[in-house]
Design a protein around this ligand. Structure first.
Ligand code: ZN
Length: 467
């Protein structure tokens, strides 16, 4: 090696050392602040009603710009995931999307046509096609399938001079021709009673029409799956079919394939155990879904953001999960639990669910709080911690025991659960949320004080269980 070469080498090495120092300084400057213990009050002070309301506004915008809903597999839900993911990334989280597919009923694909009266030569003389969502719609939990045949009206009252009991008694069907389509009128008894009687009498399908004085089309739910197709129809259509011989053909084969995603972000802990905190980010087809469940989403999201901003030190990891497909049957949370490895299932200390926490006529319900057993012996003590917190804040919490949300798959897997809820269409002084599953479930359908209180209760509970 010549002297000259050595000088160049030394110069190069010096440059490398300087460069390394510059990079080292940059890394040091960008290094996140160390984690530190954070108390409940500090976390709660950081979670403001203003921030929660801003997130709700963003979800409302996602719906308004995409056809008025945030249903799984549709653009309003995709925009919602993008928003929540951007917020989480902005707070420093890495996020994962977990894709899955399921089949969903699409009522807009149902068909109904009038075959007209057969002429003496046997050919059909007329055919009217009715409009789904205008003239008729399938009941929730109608059977899928098709039917064609004569329509037989059962104990209907077209004068509308009294409430009808059409189909309420099994004896209404004494002379019902098996295989006909039963035409029933709404009123007096439950839909499932009418449909059960028609099914027992051998009807191939049921059409329930609105009674006079009640305009338009109604929504009906049967409580459980029907054995035959069941449609709702307007009073006008029903009266026309009842007043002349009618043959109808209908089809309720309406399955569509939905591909959608859960969104997951992890806050690190030291113990290897995880607390999962979740809310469903999808909504129903008929509205923007701001209380159900924008409210749960924003409380979970803001807890995640502020935990990261405060660099909160936690013993257990906290996994924040934003489920999809809840409204179609808890598909996202089932997919998550079913795809967990045994070790990850074992390491899940608790699942905390947030679904509808800003109801305008609210009761602060705590899953398994108040020392009463909620479900299957799998209540977690954090329920009592949150109920005590709410009591200290002057609220009067009650004990929730429903199973119709994303905590159910966790319960079935043997994982303790808790959660918060402020009510849907139940309630002693009118429904807790009169806009439940409707187009009016907008940002003005939220009680901001209750939302803020539930966010505080969640923050308090998460810190209590994770620290
Ligand atoms: Zn919900």
């Amino acid at each position: 090696m010549t002297k000259c070469t050595r000088t160049i080498l030394i110069a190069a090495l010096s440059a490398a050392v300087v460069l390394a120092m510059v990079i080292g300084a940059a890394v040091w400057l960008n290094r996140p602040q160390p984690l530190r213990p954070v108390d409940s009050q500090t976390l709660r002070d950081a979670i403001t009603t203003e921030r929660l309301t801003q997130h709700l506004k963003a979800l409302q915008d996602a719906s308004d710009a995409n056809g008025g809903n945030r249903q799984a597999g549709r653009p309003g839900h995709a925009a919602s995931i993008d928003y929540v993911e951007a917020q989480l990334k902005g707070a420093g989280y890495e996020t994962q999307r977990q894709e899955f597919t399921y089949e969903r009923r699409d009522p807009s694909r149902a068909t109904l046509a009038d075959e007209g009266a057969p002429s003496t030569s046997g050919t059909v003389t007329s055919l009217t096609t009715y409009e789904v969502e205008t003239d008729f719609r399938p009941f929730a939990r109608s059977a899928t399938g098709s039917a064609a045949g004569n329509v037989t009206a059962v104990d209907v009252n077209l004068d509308n001079d009294r409430d009808t009991t059409s189909g309420c008694e099994a004896s209404d069907f004494t002379h019902f021709p098996r295989g006909d389509i039963a035409l029933l009128q709404r009123g007096t008894c439950r839909f499932d009673t009418k449909v059960q009687h028609a099914t027992d009498a051998g009807a191939s399908a049921v059409i329930v029409f609105n009674h006079g004085g009640r305009e338009g089309l109604f929504r009906g739910d049967l409580g459980e799956d029907a054995a035959i197709p069941v449609l709702a129809a307007t009073a006008e259509r029903g009266a026309a079919w009842a007043s002349r011989p009618t043959r109808l053909t209908l089809d309720v084969d309406t399955l569509e394939s939905v591909t959608t995603e859960n969104l997951i972000a992890d806050w690190p802990g030291e113990s290897g155990e995880t607390v999962v905190v979740g809310a469903h980010l999808d909504g129903v087809a008929d509205g923007p879904g701001i209380n159900d469940n924008g409210s749960g989403v924003v409380t979970v999201l803001e807890t995640a953001i502020q935990l990261a901003k405060l660099r909160a030190q936690t013993t257990h990891g906290v996994r924040f999960a934003f489920w999809s497909g809840e409204e179609d049957g808890l598909h996202g949370s089932y997919h998550y639990v079913e795809s967990l490895e045994d070790a990850a299932l074992e390491a899940t200390e608790l699942y905390l669910n947030l679904d509808m926490v800003g109801s305008p006529n609210p009761t602060p319900w705590v899953y398994g709080g108040l020392g009463r057993e909620g479900w299957r012996g799998l209540d977690h003590p954090v329920g009592e911690t949150m109920a005590d917190f709410l009591t200290e804040q002057g609220a009067e919490p009650d004990n929730a025991t429903f199973e119709g949300s994303d905590h159910l798959p966790f319960l079935e897997a043997g994982i303790p659960v808790s959660g918060l809820y402020t009510g849907a269409d139940e309630g002693e002084d009118g429904p807790a949320d009169p806009c439940y599953h409707l187009a009016c479930d907008r940002t003005d359908n939220i009680d901001p004080d209750m939302l803020g209180l539930m966010a505080d209760a969640l923050a308090h509970g998460v810190l209590a269980v994770a620290s």
